[in-house]
Each structure stands twice: as structure tokens, then as C-alpha cells.
Design a protein around this ligand. Sequence first.
Ligand SMILES: Cc1ncc(COP(=O)(O)O)c(C=O)c1O
Length: 450
Amino acid sequence: MTQTNSSPAAVTDLDFDPYWMPFTHNRYFKQHRPLDRLMASAKGAYYTTVEGQQLFDGLSGLWCCGLGHGDPRITEAVKRQLDVADYVPAFQISSPATFKLAQRIAEQAPGQLNRVFFTNSGSEGVDTALKIALAYHRLRGEASRTRFIGREKAYHGVGFGGISVGGMVANRKMFAPAMLSGVDHLPHTHNPAETAFSRGLPSWGAHLADELERIVALHDASTIAAVIVEPMQGSVGVIPPPQGYLKRLREICSKHGILLIFDEVITGFGRMGSWFGAQAFDVTPDLLVFAKGVNNGTVPMGGVIADQSIYDTFMQGPAHAVELFHGYTYSGHPLAVAAAHATLDILAQDEVPQRFAELGKLLEDGVHSLRGEPNVIDIRNCVGAAAIDLTPLPGQPGLRAVRLFEDALKRGFLVRFTADTIALGPPVISTPTEIHALIEALRASIRAVA
Ligand SMILES: Cc1ncc(COP(=O)(O)O)c(C=O)c1O
């Protein structure tokens, strides 16, 4: 039997070459063989590396483990499920637990968002939402509505749909020839000249939603299927929506019959101080994409919550015929469903959204205390999420953040970097002492890489 042994001795002989790591500088990683980046275990708010070092999980995994790691209520549910049913087909067959999960998610979603389609990731959720939008218009006799409008700096995963509506250039440029045609982009809302060091939602920038009117005037509403935005842009480095911006987008979409899709892969399930960002920002989209927090990252799962009117539009033709030719072998996988039920229990019982709101106040005061530290050019925060922008090293964009990341690891803190931005999204179980320690470690690291 193949043994997996994560002791430092076993790691010494580890062949680093075969694993092509995602979104990683593979050559740098394999050259340095960083043992402080090889995790042996995860528990609560900490990872333990193969060397036995404890690392505070400053981004809740990749924004997905907001409840911390290894909550026994989730792990036990998954273990129990393994003994009950390891897999149930997703097409033409299901289980009561999957129906029940859809019902529970729908109960927490705003408005008439009450029909849930399961996927296995955020990327699949995004592509599913785009396909639903296209098909919806076609079924209503508006097949000319084929364009999608995304936004600069957006991250919507890595499917061809997601990178087409996404707005992070590094994720797009290699694949440009294969991207969806007929996609346009709204301007992003990050303008340090107007918003630097804003606490929470910036007061400047709502007018940028009016750019949608310009795009509509250019292409005509009859050609546009949907607008997709992250309510708070996460992966690019926490860009909260300007006050009033999302409401304005909603109004313009409704006026022109354009569907509004919220990609809530990061903002869903508590981090914004509500179950969904839609409630936190008081704007209800027509389609809502979720993933990550739905089951605390325990088993891959994502999905789309559709407005009932969209679902109803599909329910036509002979009743024995398939209405939407789309789905995944692992849609609603029993292990993911079991983990999600346990996660939803915890979200409700432990009042997780409210506790994220409380954590957010500590995080806000903490990160903004870093203003004035060397090379800090902007700080942003939005409830349970925050980011710090650093001046790039001359001619070497991204390197200062790599160095800071490595320095923070030595201090026992795992954070995330994108270009020269450091992102924070600690788990809700973080104590005030831990948040304080995180901020002070960052302060020391920022000074160390000055
Ligand atoms: C807003 C958003 N959409 C989509 C995705 C893609 O999710 P996944 O990596 O599960 O495909 C992410 C991942 O971070 C995300 O933040």
C-alpha cells in the first residue's frame, strides 16, 4: 500500500517535479522546496506544517474555510455519510438530503431566489449561470440576447465563460483566442485617488454603474443577456462596492431586461455579515453563484440560485423531456451535501454572519492601523475581508508581496498575495488576540520588506 508520510524526513526525498501546481510559481517553489509551505494538518484557525510549525490561516484556506478547520460537526457528518452512501447519480436520480439542502439554501436567499442548481466549484457555477442566462432569453423568444457584461479586475474562475467575463489580465491573455465573443466590461471601481484608505464601502464611485448605460447604448439592450459582478471583488484584492453602486446596476439591468448575476463565491455564507452579499448590500440579483463557504471547503461544491421566474421559464414542453441540458457527474455529491447541511446548521446555530460582522470591526481597526507603514499605498476592508496594497519594487512587480508572504510565514501567519496586494479573510473563530497578532506580524513583515 502506498504510504503518505508528511514527516520532514519523508519530505526530504519527495519528488517535487510531477505535481504541476495551480496558480503557483512552480519553478520558484520547486527550487526552494519550502517546507513551511507544505501542510501536514489543519485544525481550527491553524495549519501545521511538515516541520511542526503552526500557521495562522489568514485567508480561511482560499476564502473557503470560514468556520475554521476540522469542526467535528462537519467532519462527523461527512464520515457518517460515507457509511450511508458514497455516491448517488446526479441525473434523473437524487437523494432526499440533496432536495433538502436546496430548500435550506433557498430559505436563506433573498427575494424569489429559490431554485438551486449544484455544481462542484465556483468556476462551474459561473459557467452554469451564464448558460442559464443565455437559454432563458432564448426560451422567452429573445435569442438575440447573447452578450455578457463583466467587469475589469473581476475574477469569475477559470472556465472559458468565467475568464471571458473576468477582468484579470493575466488570467485572460494566454487564452484570448478561445474566449467567448460578444463580451464587454464595466470599469472597475478601484480609484485610490478618490478612495484610498476608505473604511468599508467607499463613498465615491456609484456613478461608475452608469457606464452600463453607455454599454447598452453601444450594443443595444436587445443583444445583452446578463451582467455579472462580484458584489465585493475578492480575488483581485478586496474591492468593496461603492455606496449605491450595486443598486444602480440593479436598476439599469431591470430597466433593460438584462439579468443581473452576483458571483458570491467569496461573499456567500456569512463573510459579509449576512448570509449573502445580496442581503448585506440590499440588492437582489436574478442569479446568484455560490461555492466555497457553502460547506466550509470540506468537499468541492458550488452552485447557482435562480430566481423562480427563470426556473419557471424552463419548465415548458413535454414533462418527460429534460429542460436544461447541463449538469455534472458530481452535482450534489452526497459527501458535499452532508458537509453543507452541517455547515448550514453551524451558520445558524452559532450566528456566524453576525459574528463575522463583529470580527469585521476588529479587522477594520487592525488593518487601518497599518496606514503610514512603509510602502503601504492603500488599505481596504469589507466586513470579514481586507487588503493592503504595497508599492511594487521598481521593475519587479509582485516581488515585494512574495517577500512579505515569506516573511509572514516565518512569523507563523499565512496570508495571500495577488500582485503587490496582501489579502486577509480570517476565519470567524479568530479571537481578538489572534487578529491583533496577525496585524502586528504584518506590520513587522511590511517593515522587513521595506
Ligand atoms: C468570485 C469568484 N468566482 C469564482 C471563483 C472560482 O471558484 P473555483 O476556484 O471553486 O472554481 C472564485 C474563486 O476564488 C471566486 O472568488
